[in-house]
Write a protein that binds this ligand. Structure first.
Ligand code: NI
Length: 167
């Protein structure tokens, strides 16, 4: 396994909609191993394939490892539906947009449908931080980032902050 370079905003690949994963093969298994290593090294709690330049519908996450409990999750060709009407706003950071965080409003509880590396179709109900993490990574597969959740003024200000950090 190896740590892969992370694609940084405003790289155009982070605005693209990803295509479904077509083959569950050894190359994909290797990629997933590398994505976990890259995520833990960063250190982060989630990483989507486009963040390492692979434009396919796949992400890895581990919402709890920073608190000392590992819960690695591989999501291939995922989809998400909100459960209930409760939404909350939380500060989110992104490994591709280092140095800034945005207040993002999302549903509290979701149903996550995905396939694992064996092609087994699974469903999980997620809430709290795990739900935030899965929705954040799902956004990457649709070419959306934390900036896209902000009103125009807030977005302009935060993008300006981020750009000033790049210089
Ligand atoms: Ni991100």
């Amino acid at each position: 396994m190896s740590v892969l370079p992370i694609v940084m905003w405003p790289d155009a690949r982070l605005r693209e909609v990803c295509v479904p994963v077509a083959a569950l093969d050894t190359a994909l298994e290797q990629l997933i191993g590398d994505m976990f290593e890259t995520m833990y090294d960063a250190p982060g709690r989630g990483l989507a394939a486009p963040q390492v330049g692979v434009m396919q519908r796949l992400f890895v996450m581990d919402a709890t490892w920073k608190e000392g409990e590992m819960s690695p999750l591989v999501c291939i060709n995922p989809s998400i539906s909100p459960l209930g009407d409760v939404r909350s706003t939380n500060e989110e950071a992104c490994l591709s947009i280092k140095g800034v965080a945005a207040d993002v409003t999302r549903p509290n509880e979701i149903e996550l449908r995905y396939a694992d590396l064996n092609g087994t179709k699974l469903t999980a109900r997620l809430e709290g931080f795990a739900a935030i993490c899965a929705q954040h990574e799902m956004d990457h597969l649709e070419g959306r980032v934390i900036f896209d959740h902000l009103e125009t003024d807030a977005r302009v200000a935060l993008e300006r902050d981020y750009e000033s950090l790049l210089i």
